[in-house]
Design a protein around this ligand. Sequence first.
Ligand SMILES: NC(=O)c1ccc[n+]([C@@H]2O[C@H](COP(=O)([O-])OP(=O)(O)OC[C@H]3O[C@@H](n4cnc5c(N)ncnc54)[C@H](O)[C@@H]3O)[C@@H](O)[C@H]2O)c1
Length: 261
Amino acid sequence: MELKRFVGQVAVITGAGSGIGKACALRFAQEGANVACLDVGDAANEITAAECRDLGVETLALYCNVADADSVKAAVAAAMAKWGRVDVLVAAAGIYSGSPLVEVPLKQWQRLIDINLTGVFLCNQVVAPIMMAQKSGSIINISSMAGKTSWPASAEYSASKSGVIGLTRSVAMELAPYGATANAICPGNTRTEMVKNVASQVAPRDGLTTEEWLQLRANDCPMKRMAEPWEIAGVAAFLASPDSRYLTGQALEVDGGMVMS
Ligand SMILES: NC(=O)c1ccc[n+]([C@@H]2O[C@H](COP(=O)([O-])OP(=O)(O)OC[C@H]3O[C@@H](n4cnc5c(N)ncnc54)[C@H](O)[C@@H]3O)[C@@H](O)[C@H]2O)c1
């Protein structure tokens, strides 16, 4: 049975040009939501928006740098001008960088925190008042299993993703009186451009081919495979659906059982 839980609703998705954000945009469109696709990569974002349109909904493809407050405000204002509401925010835009602690340049730390943590904060800050006024809505912030556990040479990434979990809890408390929810998803290794890029950088350092490195990462979890982006999008759709109205402030591991808490 095809689900159509979001007909007439509006979903704002950051990082919609690729990977998890793209899968979320397509999932919400498939279930009937009008979708605002936000990304710094215009060409890929246009393609996602066109694919969503082909599913029979209205879309906007909007340039947005989530690390820039004015850019976030302008993108959300464009969605409000077109549809007058925001029912769902999926804050998926993010980058990965990692070096051994003593080698992390301050610029690298700051850039990643600006995008992965401040970017999520800015999107939540702009969308929350809209949801409060509507007395409904779902914020879904994409954290990572790296926000719950960690590994070497990942200081800024792990810190940003733990930060997203703390941010989400506080936002959830502020939204709760208004009937809106905020949750984080902590994906495990998911087959996207991000993971492929990390593999191509790190594998040679470890004396492995890219495919060997990807297989090692897949073996990190009991399911012995990576997630596909649509498997993360399915959980995002659940978190925006009526079935999860009493679920807020949580950080759900969607990682094939890698981190069990
Ligand atoms: N792939 C994984 O294994 C994995 C695991 C855990 C968490 N995550 C998180 O999931 C999210 C999506 O990652 P992905 O794997 O789909 O990566 P991806 O590289 O495939 O997609 C990320 C998207 O974010 C966009 N983006 C980057 N910087 C931006 C900015 N400043 N403003 C707006 N858009 C920007 C990129 O252009 C790209 O389209 C990220 O937050 C990432 O940290 C990914």
